[in-house]
Write a protein of this length. Structure first.
Length: 130
């Protein structure tokens, strides 16, 4: 009986020692991100903006409508590769318009877009070229 009590005590002590030992560089509150996507100077009618951090694995997405997007839920500050994909069919829009987003912008491996997100409010402008 004493050994099981001692084991429980030691386990509890280890658990308490690890509380608060997370990544101290990560902020406690996510950043606000909103922006504009244009294709050859014109607002992109619809699509999806995808943010992916290769260093942390953090990611976020935002739906584009009339060239504007807002990341709901916020983002962890850092540098992100940014891709823009065609809209996904939904029950409200089962047949989205054919997207004119060039192929190079559609994947993190091929896009040349990136964005550095800082704490607080961020405005991101994405200029796509045909």
């Amino acid at each position: 009986m004493k050994s099981s009590g001692l084991t429980w005590f030691a386990s509890s002590l280890c658990l308490l020692a690890t509380i608060g030992c997370g990544d101290s560089s990560r902020p406690t509150a996510p950043s606000t991100v909103r922006g504009v996507v244009t294709l050859d100077g014109q607002a992109l009618p619809e699509g999806v903006v995808n943010f992916v951090s290769s260093s942390t694995g953090d990611a976020a997405i935002a739906k584009v409508a009339d060239g504007k997007f807002v990341v709901t839920g916020g983002m962890v500050p850092g540098t992100y590769k940014v891709s823009v994909t065609p809209p996904t069919p939904t029950p409200e829009n089962p047949m989205p318009a054919v997207s004119k987003v060039p192929e190079k912008y559609r994947a993190p491996e091929t896009t040349d877009l990136s964005s550095t997100i800082k704490g607080g409010t961020n405005e991101v402008k994405l200029d796509l070229k045909s």
